[in-house]
Each structure stands twice: as C-alpha cells, then as structure tokens.
Design a protein around this ligand. Structure first.
Ligand code: TYM
Length: 337
C-alpha cells in the first residue's frame, strides 16, 4: 500500500504567511514531488473551524481554501484526494472513541488549548478537545506524513500516543504517524517551521494578533507586505547571525527567505552571516514576499473553480470508504459491533 501524506488548514478567515510557509507550501511541494508514489489527502477541517467564530461564512471559506492550494501550485491527479471533514461523519465518530482513551492530564497540557482558552471558564469544550479530532483526522487514513507547522507538533505527538495506546490495548489497528524529526526530514526543512510575528518575533505569526504590521495576510497588497518586512523588528547586534532564541527577528527573515525560494536554510544563512547590512537582507526578503504574494494573488484570480464540486464529491466518496472501514474495525475492537 502507498504511504499517505495528509494535511488540513483551518479557514475561518484569511491565511497568514505563517500558514502559507508552515503548511500550505510544504504540502504543495510534497504533493507535487511524491504524488505518483504516495496517496495525498488534503482536507478542509471545517469541524475544527467552529471552535471559534461561528458566523455563517464557512461555506465560502471552504471553497477559498481549496483554491489556495491550486494558487500555490498544486497539480491535481488521481492520487490527490480533496474532501471536507464534515462530509465524512467517521471523523466525529472516531473522535468519541479516542476521547475515551485520552487522558485529561495530557489534554490539559496542550499549549494551543492554553493559549486559545486563555484560562477562561467560558472557553468552549471544542477548544479543549480539538486535538483529539485532529488525531482522528490522521488515524482514519493511516497517514504517515503530516506536514504542519511547529505549533501543531504537540498535537502530532498526542496522535502518536493515542494510536500506540489504542494498539497496545486493542491490538494493531492504527498506523502510527512518523515522529516529528522524521516529518521535518521528509519535508526537507531544517526543523519545525514557526514563522514569527514581525513586531514581536518571540511570538509566532498568528491571524488572531491585532496589529496589522505583526502579520502578513495572503490577501495583503504585495507592496504593503514588503513594507511590513522593511519595518520588521530585528536586533541591535552588529552583524547578522541565525539564532532563533537570541535573535528571533533576523532569524525569522532568513527563514522566510529560504522557504519562499525553496533554498536550504544553511545556504541562505551562509550567504548573510557576519554581514552588517541588515537593510540589504530586509530588501531581499521584502522582494521575495512581494513576488510571492503577487504571483499567488494573480494565480488565485485565474482559478476556474467550476470543477471543484465534482472533485469534492469524488474525494468524499473515497474518504468515506476508507474512513468507514477503519471506524468499523475500531467499533468491533472496542465491542460496539
Ligand atoms: P491551523 O489552522 O491553526 O494552522 C494551519 C497550518 O498552519 C501552520 N501555521 C504556522 N506554521 C508556521 N508558522 C506559523 N506562524 C504558523 N501559524 C500556523 C499550522 O502549524 C498548521 O499546519 N489543527 C490544525 C488543523 C488540522 C490538521 C488536522 C492539520 C486539523 N486536523 C490533521 C493536519 C492534520 C490547525 O488548527 O491548524
């Protein structure tokens, strides 16, 4: 059986450059490189979307997110399956079974939950539980590789732990996805990808951050986005060095430059290391970002989405077959059938 690569992007709102470089682009590059020998599942985690902002605009965003993959250069073929999570009921059903083997302790340690709930009593239970839904998304299809940004690594580890725990208790059922080290090797990147906030580079770039200059959205005017790079916070050292802890701002720019141009990070670092011309590096990164957004937006405008419904129907028939078979096996093992 072919190995499976799988990912999904939440689409409540526009995506950031962080989403693009951390997940969308790696997925597109992997799919274009490997789709002859691997199965590629690209799905819209629309059930995940309603953990925040239930505002009725989801349908529109679902289509838009699929177009994003095409605008980022995905070439479709028969090995690539597109589907919506909410159209494959087994995701929610497996979540319930996994909930019953997940531990409160491990779930309470999820950083995303802590950040998103901000310790509020009124935080919804979906925010707490969505890593289990994510595990179901992955385990139903036996996915080996799951290209995601570094902020999702903890959820990937949880997925591995739940799969191993279930297999130990009920017998070999789930394929355990590769560990994060193997994932990043497969993605061909230097480590987990975490694009930083441009003003406060100790934090990740996030769509929910208020300041406009902190983040680059894929819909930003390209020239305006270039200006944001030019005004990004760096440091007051005398020369350029890659050090994500001591110099997160400049290191972020080096990383952005490498990812956009599909160059090894080491090579880009070697080119700039020790130089004092921060402004030159900023100009180069600004030009790379401007070109990326210009190309992306012009591709997006040209996409003919008339065939998308048919593709989704085909993808969802495929996904339901696979997911229902795995769910039936799980139900039998836990005694529900
Ligand atoms: P989400 O929607 O928050 O983010 C989508 C993807 O973008 C990555 N990302 C980043 N990467 C680098 N730097 C950043 N600043 C940055 N911000 C976001 C995220 O790591 C992610 O890969 N639970 C997931 C969606 C999901 C999923 C899945 C992914 C649901 N089920 C199954 C893979 C497999 C989420 O909320 O990602």
């Amino acid at each position: 059986m072919n190995k499976t690569i799988l990912t999904g992007l939440r689409v409540n709102s526009e995506l950031t450059l962080g989403n693009y470089l951390g997940a969308l682009l790696p997925m597109v590059r992997l799919a274009n490189k490997h789709s002859k020998d691997y199965t590629v599942n690209i799905f819209v985690p629309d059930l995940h979307s309603i953990i925040s902002d239930i505002d009725g605009s989801l349908q529109e965003n679902v289509k838009r997110s699929l177009k994003y993959y095409l605008a980022a250069g995905l070439t479709l073929n028969d090995h690539i399956h597109l589907y919506r999570q909410s159209h494959v009921p087994a995701h929610a059903e497996l979540t319930w079974v996994l909930n019953c083997i997940a531990h409160m302790g491990e779930m309470s340690r999820m950083i995303q939950y802590k950040e998103k709930s901000e310790g509020k009593d009124s935080a919804n239970v979906g925010i707490f539980d969505y890593p289990v839904l994510m595990a179901a998304d992955i385990l139903l299809y036996g996915a080996n590789y799951v290209p995601v940004g570094e902020d999702q690594f903890q959820h990937l580890e949880l997925t591995r732990n739940l799969a191993i725990r279930f297999n130990n208790r009920f017998g070999e059922t789930f394929i355990v996805p590769e560990d994060t080290k193997t994932q990043v090797e497969f993605m061909g990147v230097a480590g987990g990808i975490r694009i930083r906030d441009l003003v406060n580079p100790e934090k990740k770039m996030s769509k929910s951050t208020a300041g406009d200059n902190c983040k680059i959205m894929l819909s930003d005017d390209p020239a305006k986005a270039a200006k944001k790079i030019m005004s990004a916070t760096t440091d007051s050292f005398e020369d350029i060095q890659f050090d994500l802890t001591a110099r997160p701002g400049i290191s972020n720019l080096l990383q952005i430059e490498a990812l956009i141009n599909d160059r090894p990070l080491d090579e880009v670092v070697a080119e700039w290391q020790g130089k004092s011309r921060y402004g030159d590096l900023k100009k180069q990164v600004a030009a790379s970002v401007e070109k990326l957004l210009t190309d992306f937006q012009s591709n997006l405008a040209k996409i003919d989405d008339s065939g998308l419904d048919a593709l989704l129907q085909k993808g969802e028939a495929y996904a339901n077959d696979l997911a229902n078979a795995k769910l039936a096996e799980v139900y039998a093992k836990v005694g529900l059938r």
